[in-house]
Design a protein. Structure first.
Length: 219
């Protein structure tokens, strides 16, 4: 794990990794949430050429994708509309989930997957109990996640109860994984995930089994 001085440094360090990949015309898996906001700002500032990049988002709520709080809207607002990426090159999990996975896996597969971690150890929307070989699918969100993510909605009742997410098996097929973690409130779960037992009770613990994973943390 690399501990960075502050959020700005976390964002620019991961932006360097993304920038190196973009030059190679790759397939990227991208996260949402508050942690990657600085990363997206930094990438926009760098005025990179996204014209040959394919992106795949980790997850999306089961909701109207045009809703301002959907992950489609989040990505448009924070990254896609601020770069020259082609909208057709931006993918989100959809049904049938097999066609989504086909698009990801086809050719060279995923070069780089950027992840955040939920307070209960979830990655994407793979909640505790998700199997390590899980694929893209519809899931029920845990009470903890509904409560955590209610800050992006008007109230906890407004948070969609279900989502569609890449599976843990899907994520693990990425050639390289970068986990971004921001805030002391995530330290305990990060420690459990990185140094504790590899168990489906802590979805992020599967990352211990990946041979090319980097973890970046700042307070
Ligand atoms: C959501 C997303 C996850 C993300 C997590 C943490 O639940 N589905 O992909 O990692 O939030 O988000 P934050 O960075 O806001 O703490």
């Amino acid at each position: 794990m690399k501990i960075l001085k502050n959020y700005k440094e976390l964002s620019s360090t991961v932006a360097d990794i993304v920038e190196a990949q973009i030059k190679e015309q790759s397939k990227l898996v991208l996260p949402t949430g508050s942690t990657p906001l600085g990363l997206y700002d930094e990438l926009v500032k760098r005025k990179l050429d996204w014209s040959l990049v394919l992106t795949f988002n980790l997850d999306e709520y089961l909701m109207n994708i045009d809703h301002p709080y959907s992950y489609h809207s989040y990505m448009k607002k924070n990254l896609f509309d601020r770069t020259n990426i082609y909208p057709n090159n931006c993918h989100f999990p959809f049904r049938p989930t097999l066609s989504f996975e086909d698009k990801m896996i086809k050719g060279r597969g995923i070069d780089l997957c950027i992840l955040g971690i939920g307070s209960n150890g979830h990655i994407a929307f793979n909640e505790p109990g998700s199997t390590f070989d899980s694929r893209t699918r519809v899931v029920d969100l845990s009470l903890q996640t509904l409560q955590d993510n209610s800050r992006f909605f008007d109230s906890v009742e407004d948070v969609p109860k279900q989502a569609i997410t890449m599976g843990l098996g899907t994520i693990m097929e990425s050639k390289k994984i970068v986990l971004m973690v921001n805030g002391t409130n995530k330290l305990t779960i990060l420690n459990v995930a990185m140094n504790g037992e590899v168990t489906e009770k802590v979805p992020a613990s599967i990352l211990q089994k990946h041979n090319n994973v980097e973890v970046y943390y700042c307070d």
